[in-house]
Structures are given as C-alpha cells and as structure tokens.
Design a protein around this ligand. Sequence first.
Ligand SMILES: [Zn+2]
Length: 123
Amino acid sequence: MTGEPSQKLRQWRIAHPETMTVIVRDHDREAATWGSSGPWSPALKTVEISVKCPECGGRRGEVRGHNQREDGVSFHVNVWANPCGHIDYYASVIHEAKVRIELLATSSASWTTLASKTRRQPQ
Ligand SMILES: [Zn+2]
C-alpha cells in the first residue's frame, strides 16, 4: 500500500491543522513506466494538502472515495469537487504536496507564500 505519512508530514500537520489527506494517481509516474514489462499497476500516492483551494483560498470540496478499474486492475482513489469551481488536477495536487514538504524545513511560510508557490502557472 501507499504507507503512512512521513514524520515531516506529521509535524507539518501539527503546525498546520487545516489539511486533508488524499489518495491520488500519479500519472507522470505511470507514464514513466510505459513500455516496461510486467503487469500494469496504477501509481497511487497518498498526499497531504491544504483544505483550501490554492487558486482562491476557498474551501475545497468534501473528499469521497472512488473505485476505478483499468486494465483489469481495481484501485481506490479520492475525488472531490471544489465549491469554488476550480479543478484540482492530480498533477497540481502532487506538486502542492511536494512544495509543502519542501516548506516544512522553513516553518515560517505564510499562506500567501504557499499559495503563490503552489499555484500552477497558466500554460
Ligand atoms: Zn478556488
């Protein structure tokens, strides 16, 4: 399975109580293993993110479990719909979680800093 949150994430959670833990699919990691032999399996990741939308700071939607089936493999991910209408793509969520882990080292990071660093630039 995806394992327990790391020690750093636990510490971060104590300092920032308003977070949620979600299971997402790492499509980039799946793409990296295309063409390799062996049975396909989804790259699932448990990440810790803010309860707030990085675009507008509004509250994210309620997290629900979602069963998926692909290539005969069943797995479980989380989905949520933000009331503000901003869509959380799994890639952005994984990016946000990564940035947050990096920011654990610099605990003085404010919400504004987090929001500006986790926001995805328009393509
Ligand atoms: Zn929003």
